[in-house]
Design a protein around this ligand. Structure first.
Ligand code: HAM
Length: 477
């Protein structure tokens, strides 16, 4: 039953009516000075440090719209390209990472968060997700699934790196991997996904670097040549890299210091020493990239800092207006990883974005962020009984699929209505003391200023009808 405006006049208590009329425009919010008390420290207690640990960050509510936008795009694209979501634990046995990533890599030698559990297991916080996903692939017998098997994952990773802009000790990766297919068309597709995601996020001037480092077997001859070359330049290399010449010469290409970069510039290049199949594989990949019109350059120095890669390796950047390359993600083939873990030979290709870096770039180019759906209804209440009743009404409105806001903590009706105004809702529902007794609700149309009292059990249907009408009104305007 819906009673008209005249009935409303009778039922609304005077004090409630007065307060409703007082809905005023926004008042500036007074900024309160935050006073923090000195913590009380017992004699033997360490002082509390109210700061994140170095290299770790809080992702505050103000940034969540970017994260939500990224999650939305990943969800859409991963479904579109046929990827299933997988989540693996943050802690794994340490050798799940050390063996495939390799000694001599920065990750294994310097950046692992490794520790022994109380039960005596040697474990590590994951520095990346590929090894965990490969472990899960074998553990859960995914090899029996129809191939290719496409998996998507997103979550935090940990590297004890030197923190700087875009480099943290806790960071987030979003990863796409395809198992069971060696055709280079999958390599091209994986790069196309990276490109599409970046475009969706509004990131501009995207560029790929691509290279092929051949298979583990065919690389042996090339590694011999590299050793000979680096030995001839030994005295130009810093001591850490001298040691790598005999153990893992490919890793010298990962070095960031100028001396090493200069030495590497003259080194033999992997693409000149590929086996026949790898050369054909790389040639076909480049043809697919041309076909897809993806912006790439061949970088013969690109080897990527993890040992498990074979054949294709690539990185993706955004070039800024000053010509600086902003690295956003990278990946490649890891055809030997499943076998290394004891599984059957399984070709695989994948890549990971650094999500923190995507968000940094989105902010830099002022890309679109996620717009959360706005509440269209506000629920206000006055008095103890009304407060109790509004709790259930709030849940009922929510359940009916209408987005509703409230401020149960705010006592004065005027304050609540001001808040409703600020939110820009179309309808405000008010339960005062009288309405609580009568089992009615006042429905105030915030666009027209009119209000009606309706029975509680008819309130949701009434709200729905009015929202439809107000949507039409807004459209007409
Ligand atoms: P990655 O190149 O070591 O590859 O890491 C992928 C991305 O994670 C990087 O391009 C970067 O954007 C981000 N990243 C890495 N370290 C940090 C850090 N300290 N702070 C912020 N962002 C960082 C991998 O991890 C491979 N597992 C990728 C892959 C997947 N290969 C095949 N499948």
């Amino acid at each position: 039953m819906v009673r008209k405006k005249t009935t409303a006049k009778k039922t609304v208590k005077k004090s409630t009516k007065k307060q409703i009329k007082k809905i005023t425009a926004k008042k500036p919010v007074a900024v309160k000075k935050v006073i923090t008390k000195k913590p009380v420290i017992q004699k033997d207690e360490e002082q509390l440090v109210l700061q994140t640990v170095r290299g770790m960050r809080d992702i505050l509510p103000g940034d969540q719209a970017y994260w939500q936008q990224v999650r939305k795009v990943f969800e859409k694209r991963s479904i579109e390209y046929g990827f299933s979501r997988i989540d693996t634990p943050i802690i794994e046995f340490e050798n799940i990472f050390t063996r495939p990533i390799g000694t001599g890599t920065d990750i294994v030698d310097k950046e692992m968060y490794s520790f022994r559990t109380k039960g005596g297991d040697n474990v590590a916080l994951r520095p990346e997700m590929t090894a965990s996903i490969a472990r899960s692939y074998i553990q859960h017998g995914m090899m029996i699934l129809p191939k290719p098997i496409k998996l998507f994952s997103m979550g935090p990773a940990y590297r004890y790196d030197r923190p700087q802009e875009g480099r943290y000790r806790e960071f987030y990766q979003a990863e796409f991997d395809i198992f069971g297919e060696e055709d280079p068309i999958l390599d091209a597709q994986i790069m196309q996904i990276a490109y599409r995601v970046l475009k969706d996020l509004g990131i501009k001037n995207i560029q790929f670097s691509v290279n092929s480092i051949g298979t583990v077997e065919s690389r042996q001859e090339y590694l011999k040549l590299l050793k000979v070359y680096f030995r001839s330049k030994k005295n130009k290399l810093p001591s850490r890299y001298k040691e790598m010449i005999s153990t893992n010469p490919l890793r010298i290409f990962d070095a960031k210091d100028d001396k090493c970069i200069q030495v590497c510039a003259g080194a033999p290049q992997s693409i000149d020493h590929l086996d026949k199949e790898s050369r054909e594989h790389f040639k076909n990949l480049l043809e697919y990239l041309d076909e897809l019109d993806l912006p790439y350059t061949i970088d013969p120095q690109l080897v990527r800092g993890l040992d498990y890669y074979t054949r294709t390796v690539f990185e993706v950047y955004a070039n800024d207006e000053f010509g600086k390359k902003r690295s956003l993600g990278g990946g490649g083939r890891f055809d030997g990883l499943i076998e290394l873990f004891g599984g059957e030979p399984t070709p695989a290709i994948g890549f990971a974005f650094g999500v923190d870096r995507l968000i940094m770039e989105m902010k830099r180019v002022k890309a679109k962020k996620y717009q959360a759906p706005q509440p269209r209804v506000f629920l206000a209440q006055l008095g103890e009984l009304a407060k109790k009743k509004s709790l259930q009404l709030f849940a009922d409105i929510e359940q009916s699929g209408i987005l509703v806001a409230e401020s149960f903590g705010r006592g004065a009706l005027q304050k609540q209505l001001r808040h409703a105004n600020k939110l820009g809702v179309e309808l405000t529902l008010i339960i005062g003391q009288q309405e609580a007794l009568d089992d009615t609700v006042i429905v105030k149309n915030m666009l027209t200023g009119t209000q009606e009292t309706v029975a509680r059990d008819k309130a949701i249907a009434f709200v729905r009808k009015n929202l439809k009408a107000s949507a039409k009104l807004v459209k007409k305007k």
